[in-house]
Design a protein around this ligand. Sequence first.
Ligand code: ZN
Length: 83
Amino acid sequence: MAKPNKKGPTATIDVYCSQCKTQLFKYRKGGKGALVKCFKERISKDFTETPCTCPGCDQSFARDTLVRGTPAYKIMGGKVFFK
Ligand SMILES: [Zn+2]
């Protein structure tokens, strides 16, 4: 498995808290399907004040982790949605 491409995908998605609809990230997402993790280097805008915590309702929606040596947030199932 290769590391994520440094240039990354160019299409950005908006990621929101599923509970209060506050925007959490703008993210350059690769591939299709569910959002299970966010590489930090691909977050183009971060709206959170505390890492992994929704600024709107204070629920934690992700866990700080490393994916193949790259800092990332692992999204908890059902905590966020994107469009
Ligand atoms: Zn929220």
